[in-house]
Structure formats: C-alpha cells, structure tokens
Ligand binder design. Structure first.
Ligand code: CTP
Length: 397
C-alpha cells in the first residue's frame, strides 16, 4: 500500500517526538518515501541528523532557508506529498493550524497543502482537555483533517490520562487505514441537495425558509469520508464546504434541479434540501414599490419542480434515492405516501411538531422504506449522516 507513496511527516515539539523516528522506519520498510519537516520545538527532542539518516532524505526546518527553498520550496513540499502526517502535533502546532498561521515552514506547508492530513496530538492530559485545544481540534475536524485520538496512560510529566502519542505501530496502522485502505464507497458518485432555496420576487426580495443545511452538509461529509465522490448542490447557507466535496451553489429550485440533472449519472442521490414548494410566476425587473393607494401587491405563485421526484423517475435514476420529510402529524403514513408519490427508496422522516429541527444540532429520524419503519434514537446530525452512509454501504456492498 505504501509503495511509491510519499508521506510528508511534520514533527513538532514534544517528548514523544522520538516515536516519529520509529514511524519513519516503518514507512520506509513498507516501501514508502518520507520527507520530514522538523519544527523548532521538534528540534529540541530529535535532531535533524537522526531524522535525515532514517528517512534517507533531506530534512526541512526553515521557511526562509535559501538552501531548502532552492532544493524543494515549501509549496512543492506540500504538493508532492500523497499524505501529510503531523506526529506529534503539539497544542501550539494545532493552534497554528486552526488559526491559519503561516509563521514557520510547517504551518506554511500545511496551509498550502491539498493532500489529506492526519494529526496525531500529544500533550499533557489537562492541556488536551482544555476547551481551547478541543475547539481547535473541532475546527480541524470540520475542515476535513483526520485526528488520531491520543492514547491514555502515564505521561512523561508524571501525570496520567489521555494525551499520549500512540505507539509508532499504531500510528503506522492508522496511516495505512486512513490514507490507503480502499474505502467502501470508492468509485461511487453521490449527489446531495442541501439548504434552502431562495425564490426571487424582485431584485431584493425572495421567498426562503429557515433550513441551515447542516444535515445535508453532514451527509456530504460522511459519504466523502466513506470514499464517495460527492457533489453537494447547496442553497444559501453559512456553512463551510466539507473537505474534498465538490459544492455547487444555487439559489432557486429551478437552478437546483438543473444542477442536479447536470451532475448525473450518480449512484446515490440524497435530497435533504428544503426546496420551496412554490415560486413567483413573474420576477419583477425592478424593486416593487409601495403603491400610493396603499394597494398590497398580489403574489402569483406556481409550483416548483420536485427535484427528488425528478431524480427518482429519471432515465439516469441513481441506484439509491433518499428523501427527507418534515411532518407535524401522521409522520409514518405521510412519509409512506411520499415514498410512493415520489418513487424514492427511503424517506428520513422528522417529526417537527415539537422540537426545533431547523438549525438544531440533532435530529430524530424514522427511516421509512417500502419494507417498513425503523426509528433511530435522537442523535446528532453527524450521527444521522453516518447511519445513512452505513445504510448505503450495506445496500451497495
Ligand atoms: N423536495 C424536492 N423538491 C421539491 C420539494 C421537495 O426535492 N420541490 C424533496 C425534499 O428535498 C425532501 C422531500 O422532497 O427530500 C420532501 O419534501 P416535502 O417538502 O416534505 O414534501 P412535499 O412533497 O413538499 O409534501 P408536503 O408539502 O405535502 O409535505
């Protein structure tokens, strides 16, 4: 798996930096190449000479080194890597990454990288549990970096708890699994609709809704993590594009439909968007003004195209088509009727009669298909996304 793969290993400061030396040996033994960046902190624990000797390659330490820049250049160093591993990742390194700093060679390379990145934090247990560190870790996760959780045990500082860098063999296995093991949805294309649609009334007004897009973005992220190629067709949201996902921004239902049809063929379609059911018949060219007479303008509406229904009845129909339904009453019966009406395979039905769903962090879903109903316990939207992904893996496997 490692043959001819180029791993960029960033070694930041920490007593555990010695484990990265053993990691270099394991990667080399497996046929991989390792380029190393040693931060100033890292240099306090392992020497450039030992890293160079083990990796059989030059070690890069300095952003403004004339020698390093002419030999490789920090952009090329980042780009030529098939995978980037930061081990150990100190609290400071993690903060620099989360903050987007480019103050040394390591942080600059990581900022310029477009390869997948794995972070292996190592620090004192109290530091690890500090909200500042945990917030930074959440930020990195959200940006698609893979975090290998630290191990528990006795620390060099004499304390016990979570924060140890895993052993070199465990780091190696995680790298193998995360970067190079075939993923269950490799080669599959998934189409996900998310967020609201905005239906224009005039140049300044629209009909919209409160959809945050969180559930759809979480699904796009989970499918990508499982190896699928993901096209996310999104109405206006405040969310960041999940790492590795192709996002197409649209405003209206018409735009969403044409983007979805253009993205076919797909193996999977998940329609989580809150598409406006109706759109104004005419869009005024200029802002509609208040009438001196006080007359209130009438808004003539027509029905929008149904994207879920169109995809589920398309000649290029994806193998699995999943919709969502927000219901205030008769949840199961209404969702079952929707499956028939729209010809989709599954509906994730939400009961929106009581709890907040729009913008909330969690979701209570009943998964409905022609075969029956499964109630999932209330869980995070990431959890729901994972359940849907597992279901797809099972169906396509
Ligand atoms: N949907 C769609 N295009 C539309 C309307 C809905 O793709 N024009 C999709 C949604 O993304 C969701 C599912 O259809 O996956 C259910 O949407 P919902 O609005 O609940 O269903 P409706 O068909 O609008 O039925 P009703 O308004 O009667 O609940």
């Amino acid at each position: 798996m490692f043959t001819d793969k180029n791993i960029l290993l960033v070694i930041s400061g920490g007593i555990a930096a010695y484990k990265s030396l053993a990691l270099i040996r394991l990667i080399k033994k497996a046929g991989g190449r390792v380029s190393c960046i040693l931060t100033k902190g890292g240099e306090q624990f392992v020497t450039p000479l030992s890293v160079a000797a083990l990796s059989e390659a030059p070690v890069y330490t300095d952003l403004f080194s004339l020698k390093d820049e002419t030999e490789m250049g920090h952009i090329r160093l980042a780009r030529e890597a098939d995978a980037i591993v930061v081990a150990p990742a100190s609290a400071n390194m993690i903060a620099r990454l989360a903050g987007g700093f480019a103050q040394d060679l390591a942080s600059t390379c990581l900022l310029a990288a477009d390869s997948p990145i794995m972070i292996a934090p190592a620090m004192n247990p109290v530091m690890w549990n500090n909200p500042a560190v945990q917030d930074n870790i959440s930020t990195l996760k959200r940006r698609g970096m893979h975090i290998m959780p630290p191990a528990s045990g006795d620390m060099a500082c004499g304390e016990t708890g979570e924060g140890r860098l895993p052993e070199a063999e465990d780091l190696f296995a995680e790298i193998e699994r995360f970067f190079f093991a075939p993923k269950p949805l490799n080669g599959k294309h998934a189409l996900v609709t998310a967020g609201p649609t905005y239906e224009p009334i005039d140049p300044v007004r629209f009909i919209g809704n409160h959809s945050s897009g969180k559930q759809g973005y979480a699904i796009a992220h989970a499918l990508r993590q499982a190896g699928a190629t993901v096209t996310l067709i999104s109405g206006p949201t405040a969310l960041q594009t999940p790492h590795g996902v192709k996002r197409i921004d649209i405003q209206s239902a018409e735009d969403m439909l044409s983007a979805a049809e253009s993205a076919l063929p797909a193996d999977i379609a998940i329609c989580s968007a809150a598409v406006a059911d109706w759109t104004p018949v005419h869009i005024a060219d200029s802002k509609i003004k208040k009438q001196a007479s006080g007359e209130i303008p009438a808004l003539n509406l027509r029905e929008n195209p149904d994207i879920l229904k169109t995809l589920a009845n398309h000649k290029k129909r994806p193998r699995i088509v999943i919709g969502f339904a927000a219901e205030t009453n008769d949840l199961i019966a209404n969702a079952q009727a929707k499956i028939k009406k729209k010809n989709c395979d599954y509906i994730c039905a939400n009961d929106v009669s009581g709890a907040q769903v729009f913008g909330a962090e969690d979701n209570h879903v009943h998964l409905i298909s022609a075969r029956g109903v499964t109630e999932w316990p209330r869980m995070s939207k990431d959890g729901v996304a994972q359940k849907i992904t597992d279901l797809i893996i099972e169906e396509l496997g």
